[in-house]
Every structure is written in C-alpha cells, then in structure tokens.
Ligand binder design. Structure first.
Ligand SMILES: [Zn+2]
Length: 57
C-alpha cells in the first residue's frame, strides 16, 4: 500500500504532489482531470500552535 500518497477524498483516485503552500504544507491534486480536487495533508502544526497558546498563558 502507498503510505505517503493520499487518496482523493472525492473519487478515491491517486493524488500527485502539486507544490507546497506558503506554510510549507505539501499540496496534493487529484490526477483525474474531471475531479481535480486539491488538498493538503494535515500535520501537527495545529497541535503545536495549541501547545504554544497554553504555554503563553
Ligand atoms: Zn479525485
């Protein structure tokens, strides 16, 4: 099974890397031209931000 390659949430097809966002998160795009969904994989960034907020207070 492919671990690093997410499936399309819409058509369950293969995704391919489509660069990164300004945050450095990898952006994925569906290979199917009729679908063309682009998505990013969630990382632990939000968890870190939450942790920082708790630390700040
Ligand atoms: Zn798709």
């Amino acid at each position: 099974m492919i671990k690093n390659r997410p499936q399309c949430p819409l058509c369950a097809g293969q995704m391919r890397r489509n660069g990164t966002t300004t945050k450095g998160t990898t952006r994925w795009r569906c290979k199917d031209p009729n679908c063309g969904v682009s998505t990013t994989r969630n990382r632990t960034d939000s968890t870190n931000a939450h942790y920082f907020q708790a630390f700040h207070s």
